[in-house]
Design a protein around this ligand. Structure first.
Ligand code: PLP
Length: 399
Protein backbone atom coordinates (compact mmCIF):
# COMPACT_ATOMS: atom_id res chain seq x y z
CA UNK A 1 0.00 0.00 0.00
CA UNK A 2 1.19 3.52 -0.73
CA UNK A 3 0.22 6.94 0.64
CA UNK A 4 -2.77 7.30 -1.68
CA UNK A 5 -4.08 3.82 -0.73
CA UNK A 6 -4.00 4.62 2.97
CA UNK A 7 -5.72 7.95 2.40
CA UNK A 8 -8.40 6.32 0.27
CA UNK A 9 -9.05 3.69 2.92
CA UNK A 10 -9.46 6.32 5.63
CA UNK A 11 -11.68 8.50 3.52
CA UNK A 12 -13.87 5.66 2.39
CA UNK A 13 -14.60 4.09 5.77
CA UNK A 14 -13.92 6.81 8.34
CA UNK A 15 -16.05 9.79 9.31
CA UNK A 16 -14.66 12.99 7.83
CA UNK A 17 -14.48 15.03 11.00
CA UNK A 18 -10.84 15.98 10.29
CA UNK A 19 -9.06 17.34 7.27
CA UNK A 20 -5.49 16.12 7.84
CA UNK A 21 -2.51 17.01 5.71
CA UNK A 22 -1.92 14.23 3.20
CA UNK A 23 0.93 12.59 5.03
CA UNK A 24 0.66 9.03 6.39
CA UNK A 25 3.02 8.49 9.30
CA UNK A 26 4.18 5.16 10.60
CA UNK A 27 7.19 5.97 12.80
CA UNK A 28 8.25 8.59 15.29
CA UNK A 29 11.37 9.18 17.37
CA UNK A 30 11.94 12.35 19.36
CA UNK A 31 10.92 15.26 17.18
CA UNK A 32 11.17 13.34 13.90
CA UNK A 33 8.49 11.29 12.18
CA UNK A 34 8.60 9.12 9.06
CA UNK A 35 5.88 8.51 6.51
CA UNK A 36 5.04 5.26 4.70
CA UNK A 37 7.31 6.27 1.80
CA UNK A 38 10.25 6.69 4.16
CA UNK A 39 10.28 10.51 4.02
CA UNK A 40 11.31 12.20 7.28
CA UNK A 41 9.62 15.24 8.77
CA UNK A 42 10.28 17.47 11.73
CA UNK A 43 7.12 17.40 13.84
CA UNK A 44 6.25 20.98 14.75
CA UNK A 45 2.79 20.19 16.13
CA UNK A 46 3.57 17.49 18.71
CA UNK A 47 -0.01 16.21 18.48
CA UNK A 48 -1.29 19.56 19.77
CA UNK A 49 1.30 19.44 22.60
CA UNK A 50 0.64 15.86 23.71
CA UNK A 51 4.18 14.96 22.69
CA UNK A 52 6.18 17.41 24.79
CA UNK A 53 8.52 14.50 25.63
CA UNK A 54 8.91 13.63 21.94
CA UNK A 55 7.66 10.61 20.03
CA UNK A 56 8.22 7.23 21.63
CA UNK A 57 10.37 8.46 24.47
CA UNK A 58 12.34 5.33 25.51
CA UNK A 59 11.38 5.68 29.14
CA UNK A 60 7.68 6.04 28.42
CA UNK A 61 7.80 3.18 25.90
CA UNK A 62 9.48 0.98 28.50
CA UNK A 63 6.93 1.88 31.16
CA UNK A 64 4.14 1.00 28.71
CA UNK A 65 5.66 -2.36 27.84
CA UNK A 66 6.43 -3.25 31.44
CA UNK A 67 2.93 -2.39 32.59
CA UNK A 68 1.24 -4.08 29.62
CA UNK A 69 2.98 -7.29 30.57
CA UNK A 70 1.67 -7.10 34.13
CA UNK A 71 -1.88 -5.79 34.13
CA UNK A 72 -3.60 -3.30 31.86
CA UNK A 73 -6.96 -2.55 33.39
CA UNK A 74 -8.50 -3.19 36.77
CA UNK A 75 -11.34 -0.65 36.60
CA UNK A 76 -11.81 1.47 39.67
CA UNK A 77 -14.01 -1.22 41.18
CA UNK A 78 -10.69 -2.53 42.47
CA UNK A 79 -7.48 -0.79 43.43
CA UNK A 80 -4.20 -1.09 41.56
CA UNK A 81 -0.60 -0.69 42.62
CA UNK A 82 0.19 2.23 40.28
CA UNK A 83 -2.58 4.75 40.87
CA UNK A 84 -1.46 5.89 44.31
CA UNK A 85 2.06 6.44 43.03
CA UNK A 86 0.69 8.46 40.12
CA UNK A 87 -1.31 10.65 42.52
CA UNK A 88 1.77 11.14 44.69
CA UNK A 89 3.87 12.16 41.70
CA UNK A 90 1.21 14.63 40.52
CA UNK A 91 0.80 16.12 43.97
CA UNK A 92 4.56 16.38 44.58
CA UNK A 93 5.22 18.05 41.24
CA UNK A 94 2.26 20.43 41.14
CA UNK A 95 1.64 21.33 44.76
CA UNK A 96 -2.07 20.47 44.71
CA UNK A 97 -3.51 18.24 47.41
CA UNK A 98 -5.48 15.87 45.20
CA UNK A 99 -5.90 14.64 41.65
CA UNK A 100 -8.71 12.94 39.74
CA UNK A 101 -7.66 10.97 36.66
CA UNK A 102 -9.66 10.81 33.43
CA UNK A 103 -8.69 9.96 29.85
CA UNK A 104 -9.28 12.74 27.35
CA UNK A 105 -8.92 16.44 27.96
CA UNK A 106 -12.61 17.00 27.34
CA UNK A 107 -13.49 14.53 30.08
CA UNK A 108 -11.25 16.38 32.50
CA UNK A 109 -12.96 19.66 31.57
CA UNK A 110 -16.34 18.01 32.16
CA UNK A 111 -15.05 16.82 35.52
CA UNK A 112 -13.97 20.34 36.45
CA UNK A 113 -17.39 21.69 35.46
CA UNK A 114 -19.12 19.07 37.61
CA UNK A 115 -16.97 19.67 40.67
CA UNK A 116 -17.25 23.45 40.34
CA UNK A 117 -21.03 23.08 40.28
CA UNK A 118 -21.05 20.78 43.26
CA UNK A 119 -18.84 23.23 45.14
CA UNK A 120 -21.24 26.01 44.20
CA UNK A 121 -24.22 24.20 45.76
CA UNK A 122 -22.58 22.33 48.61
CA UNK A 123 -20.07 24.94 49.77
CA UNK A 124 -20.93 28.36 48.38
CA UNK A 125 -24.67 27.88 48.80
CA UNK A 126 -25.87 28.89 45.35
CA UNK A 127 -29.51 27.81 44.88
CA UNK A 128 -29.76 24.48 43.08
CA UNK A 129 -29.23 24.48 39.58
CA UNK A 130 -28.51 28.17 39.17
CA UNK A 131 -24.71 27.98 39.15
CA UNK A 132 -23.02 29.84 36.33
CA UNK A 133 -19.55 29.45 34.91
CA UNK A 134 -17.88 32.33 33.11
CA UNK A 135 -15.73 31.41 30.11
CA UNK A 136 -13.87 33.41 27.49
CA UNK A 137 -14.84 34.14 23.93
CA UNK A 138 -12.63 32.21 21.53
CA UNK A 139 -12.21 29.39 24.05
CA UNK A 140 -11.40 25.80 23.18
CA UNK A 141 -12.05 23.21 25.87
CA UNK A 142 -12.97 20.14 23.82
CA UNK A 143 -15.82 18.66 21.86
CA UNK A 144 -18.45 17.15 24.13
CA UNK A 145 -22.00 18.43 24.00
CA UNK A 146 -21.63 20.46 27.21
CA UNK A 147 -18.29 21.90 26.18
CA UNK A 148 -19.45 23.03 22.76
CA UNK A 149 -22.39 24.64 24.53
CA UNK A 150 -20.03 27.36 25.73
CA UNK A 151 -17.88 27.56 22.64
CA UNK A 152 -18.23 30.84 20.76
CA UNK A 153 -17.14 29.25 17.49
CA UNK A 154 -20.40 28.88 15.57
CA UNK A 155 -18.96 26.17 13.35
CA UNK A 156 -18.36 23.89 16.38
CA UNK A 157 -22.01 24.20 17.47
CA UNK A 158 -24.09 24.66 14.37
CA UNK A 159 -26.46 21.66 14.10
CA UNK A 160 -25.46 20.20 17.49
CA UNK A 161 -27.88 21.82 19.92
CA UNK A 162 -29.78 21.89 22.22
CA UNK A 163 -27.01 23.13 24.47
CA UNK A 164 -26.19 22.86 28.16
CA UNK A 165 -27.12 26.07 30.00
CA UNK A 166 -25.14 27.74 32.78
CA UNK A 167 -22.28 29.39 30.91
CA UNK A 168 -21.54 33.03 30.06
CA UNK A 169 -18.82 34.08 27.64
CA UNK A 170 -16.89 37.34 28.04
CA UNK A 171 -14.15 38.79 25.82
CA UNK A 172 -10.76 37.16 26.47
CA UNK A 173 -8.21 39.49 28.01
CA UNK A 174 -10.79 41.93 29.39
CA UNK A 175 -10.54 42.13 33.18
CA UNK A 176 -13.53 44.43 33.62
CA UNK A 177 -15.73 42.13 31.55
CA UNK A 178 -15.05 39.32 34.04
CA UNK A 179 -15.78 41.61 36.98
CA UNK A 180 -19.03 42.76 35.39
CA UNK A 181 -20.17 39.22 34.57
CA UNK A 182 -19.79 37.93 38.13
CA UNK A 183 -23.03 37.71 40.10
CA UNK A 184 -24.12 35.84 43.24
CA UNK A 185 -24.69 32.68 41.20
CA UNK A 186 -21.21 32.60 39.68
CA UNK A 187 -19.45 29.37 40.59
CA UNK A 188 -16.29 29.67 38.54
CA UNK A 189 -14.32 31.43 35.85
CA UNK A 190 -12.65 28.99 33.45
CA UNK A 191 -9.89 30.14 31.13
CA UNK A 192 -6.99 28.95 29.03
CA UNK A 193 -3.89 30.91 30.13
CA UNK A 194 -3.06 31.14 26.41
CA UNK A 195 -5.73 30.33 23.84
CA UNK A 196 -3.90 27.74 21.77
CA UNK A 197 -6.60 26.69 19.34
CA UNK A 198 -7.76 30.26 18.90
CA UNK A 199 -4.39 31.09 17.33
CA UNK A 200 -1.93 31.19 20.26
CA UNK A 201 -3.64 34.24 21.75
CA UNK A 202 -1.78 35.61 24.77
CA UNK A 203 -3.83 37.81 27.12
CA UNK A 204 -2.49 41.20 28.25
CA UNK A 205 0.04 41.13 31.12
CA UNK A 206 -1.67 40.99 34.48
CA UNK A 207 -4.92 39.53 33.15
CA UNK A 208 -4.70 36.12 34.79
CA UNK A 209 -3.56 37.59 38.07
CA UNK A 210 -6.36 40.15 38.09
CA UNK A 211 -8.98 37.55 37.21
CA UNK A 212 -7.70 35.22 39.94
CA UNK A 213 -7.94 38.10 42.44
CA UNK A 214 -11.45 39.03 41.34
CA UNK A 215 -12.41 35.38 41.79
CA UNK A 216 -10.98 35.31 45.29
CA UNK A 217 -12.78 38.54 46.28
CA UNK A 218 -16.09 37.11 45.07
CA UNK A 219 -15.73 33.55 46.38
CA UNK A 220 -15.60 32.22 42.82
CA UNK A 221 -13.34 29.38 41.70
CA UNK A 222 -10.64 30.08 39.14
CA UNK A 223 -10.23 27.14 36.77
CA UNK A 224 -7.21 27.03 34.45
CA UNK A 225 -7.44 24.74 31.45
CA UNK A 226 -3.74 23.92 31.06
CA UNK A 227 -4.32 20.91 28.83
CA UNK A 228 -2.29 22.53 26.05
CA UNK A 229 -0.26 25.16 27.91
CA UNK A 230 0.71 23.03 30.90
CA UNK A 231 3.36 20.40 31.53
CA UNK A 232 6.33 22.54 30.46
CA UNK A 233 5.10 23.56 26.99
CA UNK A 234 5.30 27.30 27.66
CA UNK A 235 8.55 27.19 29.62
CA UNK A 236 7.01 26.58 33.05
CA UNK A 237 5.04 23.69 34.54
CA UNK A 238 1.91 25.76 34.07
CA UNK A 239 1.45 28.89 31.97
CA UNK A 240 -0.49 30.44 34.90
CA UNK A 241 2.84 30.63 36.75
CA UNK A 242 3.91 33.48 34.46
CA UNK A 243 1.62 35.59 36.64
CA UNK A 244 2.19 33.71 39.88
CA UNK A 245 -1.35 32.41 39.71
CA UNK A 246 -2.24 29.17 41.44
CA UNK A 247 -5.68 28.37 40.11
CA UNK A 248 -8.21 26.66 42.37
CA UNK A 249 -8.62 23.94 39.77
CA UNK A 250 -6.06 23.05 37.10
CA UNK A 251 -6.94 20.76 34.22
CA UNK A 252 -4.20 18.80 32.46
CA UNK A 253 -4.10 16.18 29.73
CA UNK A 254 -2.23 15.79 26.46
CA UNK A 255 1.46 15.55 27.54
CA UNK A 256 0.43 13.83 30.77
CA UNK A 257 1.03 10.60 28.86
CA UNK A 258 3.68 11.77 26.41
CA UNK A 259 1.44 10.47 23.66
CA UNK A 260 1.38 6.82 24.58
CA UNK A 261 -2.18 6.58 25.89
CA UNK A 262 -4.90 9.10 26.75
CA UNK A 263 -4.38 10.41 30.29
CA UNK A 264 -5.88 13.56 31.78
CA UNK A 265 -6.44 14.83 35.30
CA UNK A 266 -8.09 17.50 37.39
CA UNK A 267 -5.94 18.95 40.16
CA UNK A 268 -7.27 20.83 43.18
CA UNK A 269 -7.12 20.95 46.96
CA UNK A 270 -9.23 18.82 49.29
CA UNK A 271 -12.02 21.33 49.98
CA UNK A 272 -12.86 21.17 46.27
CA UNK A 273 -11.91 17.78 44.85
CA UNK A 274 -12.75 16.11 48.17
CA UNK A 275 -16.41 16.95 47.51
CA UNK A 276 -16.88 14.02 45.14
CA UNK A 277 -18.57 11.10 46.88
CA UNK A 278 -18.23 7.50 45.69
CA UNK A 279 -20.38 6.94 42.63
CA UNK A 280 -20.81 10.60 41.71
CA UNK A 281 -18.21 10.51 38.97
CA UNK A 282 -16.03 7.98 37.24
CA UNK A 283 -14.49 6.44 34.16
CA UNK A 284 -13.78 2.80 33.32
CA UNK A 285 -10.28 3.51 32.03
CA UNK A 286 -9.45 6.61 34.11
CA UNK A 287 -6.65 5.83 36.54
CA UNK A 288 -5.98 2.38 35.09
CA UNK A 289 -2.60 0.82 35.84
CA UNK A 290 -1.60 1.51 32.21
CA UNK A 291 -2.57 5.17 32.47
CA UNK A 292 -0.91 5.58 35.86
CA UNK A 293 2.35 3.85 34.90
CA UNK A 294 2.58 5.88 31.70
CA UNK A 295 1.62 9.08 33.49
CA UNK A 296 4.35 8.58 36.07
CA UNK A 297 6.98 8.02 33.37
CA UNK A 298 5.73 11.02 31.38
CA UNK A 299 5.97 13.28 34.44
CA UNK A 300 9.41 11.96 35.36
CA UNK A 301 10.71 12.75 31.89
CA UNK A 302 9.34 16.31 32.04
CA UNK A 303 10.91 16.79 35.45
CA UNK A 304 14.23 15.02 35.15
CA UNK A 305 15.02 16.26 31.65
CA UNK A 306 14.22 19.83 32.73
CA UNK A 307 11.88 20.27 29.80
CA UNK A 308 10.38 23.48 31.19
CA UNK A 309 13.78 25.21 31.11
CA UNK A 310 14.49 23.75 27.73
CA UNK A 311 11.18 25.04 26.35
CA UNK A 312 11.92 28.46 27.82
CA UNK A 313 15.42 28.73 26.33
CA UNK A 314 14.70 27.19 22.95
CA UNK A 315 11.41 29.05 22.69
CA UNK A 316 13.09 32.40 23.21
CA UNK A 317 15.69 31.53 20.64
CA UNK A 318 13.16 30.21 18.10
CA UNK A 319 10.84 33.23 18.42
CA UNK A 320 13.80 35.60 18.16
CA UNK A 321 14.99 33.96 14.97
CA UNK A 322 11.47 33.78 13.52
CA UNK A 323 11.11 37.52 14.10
CA UNK A 324 14.27 38.15 12.10
CA UNK A 325 12.72 36.56 9.02
CA UNK A 326 12.02 39.43 6.69
CA UNK A 327 8.83 38.21 4.99
CA UNK A 328 6.04 40.67 4.19
CA UNK A 329 3.34 38.01 4.78
CA UNK A 330 4.18 37.84 8.51
CA UNK A 331 2.05 40.03 10.76
CA UNK A 332 3.27 38.85 14.15
CA UNK A 333 5.33 36.19 15.89
CA UNK A 334 4.12 35.45 19.42
CA UNK A 335 4.20 32.76 22.03
CA UNK A 336 5.65 31.52 25.27
CA UNK A 337 8.20 28.76 25.51
CA UNK A 338 7.72 26.44 22.56
CA UNK A 339 4.07 27.32 21.95
CA UNK A 340 4.48 29.73 19.08
CA UNK A 341 2.10 31.31 16.61
CA UNK A 342 3.15 33.03 13.42
CA UNK A 343 0.25 35.18 12.30
CA UNK A 344 0.07 35.98 8.61
CA UNK A 345 -1.62 38.98 7.01
CA UNK A 346 -4.99 38.07 5.48
CA UNK A 347 -3.56 38.94 2.05
CA UNK A 348 -1.25 35.92 2.41
CA UNK A 349 -4.26 33.76 1.53
CA UNK A 350 -4.43 31.65 4.70
CA UNK A 351 -1.94 29.60 6.69
CA UNK A 352 -2.97 26.21 5.27
CA UNK A 353 -1.08 26.88 2.01
CA UNK A 354 2.08 27.57 3.96
CA UNK A 355 1.64 24.42 6.03
CA UNK A 356 1.38 22.42 2.82
CA UNK A 357 4.57 24.03 1.50
CA UNK A 358 6.33 23.29 4.79
CA UNK A 359 5.17 19.68 4.56
CA UNK A 360 6.70 19.47 1.10
CA UNK A 361 10.01 20.62 2.62
CA UNK A 362 9.87 18.20 5.56
CA UNK A 363 8.23 20.21 8.35
CA UNK A 364 4.83 19.31 9.78
CA UNK A 365 2.97 22.27 11.23
CA UNK A 366 -0.71 23.02 11.44
CA UNK A 367 -2.65 26.17 10.78
CA UNK A 368 -4.89 27.32 13.55
CA UNK A 369 -7.72 29.70 12.85
CA UNK A 370 -7.01 30.41 9.21
CA UNK A 371 -4.15 32.88 9.48
CA UNK A 372 -1.87 31.47 12.16
CA UNK A 373 0.79 28.79 11.77
CA UNK A 374 1.42 27.10 15.09
CA UNK A 375 4.94 25.90 15.82
CA UNK A 376 5.02 23.62 18.84
CA UNK A 377 7.76 21.02 18.40
CA UNK A 378 8.52 18.42 21.07
CA UNK A 379 10.48 20.04 23.90
CA UNK A 380 13.31 17.56 23.43
CA UNK A 381 14.13 19.19 20.10
CA UNK A 382 17.79 20.07 19.45
CA UNK A 383 18.87 23.60 18.62
CA UNK A 384 20.40 22.27 15.39
CA UNK A 385 16.97 20.96 14.35
CA UNK A 386 15.45 24.36 15.02
CA UNK A 387 18.17 25.98 12.92
CA UNK A 388 17.45 23.58 10.07
CA UNK A 389 13.74 24.36 10.35
CA UNK A 390 14.33 28.12 10.47
CA UNK A 391 16.07 28.02 7.10
CA UNK A 392 13.10 26.27 5.53
CA UNK A 393 10.48 28.40 7.28
CA UNK A 394 12.23 31.56 6.08
CA UNK A 395 12.33 30.24 2.55
CA UNK A 396 8.65 29.23 2.55
CA UNK A 397 7.42 32.48 4.12
CA UNK A 398 9.28 34.51 1.51
CA UNK A 399 7.65 32.69 -1.42
C1 PLP B 1 -6.87 19.67 23.38
C2 PLP B 1 -7.55 20.54 24.37
C3 PLP B 1 -8.70 20.10 25.05
C4 PLP B 1 -9.40 18.79 24.74
O1 PLP B 1 -8.59 17.69 24.92
P1 PLP B 1 -9.01 16.29 24.22
O2 PLP B 1 -8.03 15.31 24.75
O3 PLP B 1 -8.88 16.50 22.74
O4 PLP B 1 -10.41 16.00 24.63
C5 PLP B 1 -9.23 20.93 26.03
N1 PLP B 1 -8.68 22.12 26.30
C6 PLP B 1 -7.59 22.58 25.66
C7 PLP B 1 -7.02 23.90 26.04
C8 PLP B 1 -6.99 21.81 24.67
O5 PLP B 1 -5.94 22.28 24.00
Amino acid sequence: MNTQDYIKLEDQYGAHNYKPLDVVLNKGKGCWVTDVDGKRYLDCLSAYSALNQGHCHPRIVQASIDQAQKIGLTSRAFRNDKLGLFYKKLVDLTGYEMALPMNSGAEAVETAVKIARKWAYATKGIPKYEAEIIVAEGNFHGRTTTIISFSTEQFYKEMFGPFTPGFTAVPYGDIEAVRAAINPNTAAVMLEPIQGENGVVIPPDGYLKAVAEICKENNVLFIADEIQTGLCRTGKWFASQYEDVRSDITIIGKALSGGMYPVSAVLADKPILGLFQPGEHGSTFGGSPMAAAIGIAALEVLDEENLAERAMELGEYFRGELRKIDAPVVKEVRGRGLLIGVELHPEAGGARRYCEMLQEEGILAKETHDHVIRFAPPLVIEKSDLDWALGIIADVLKR
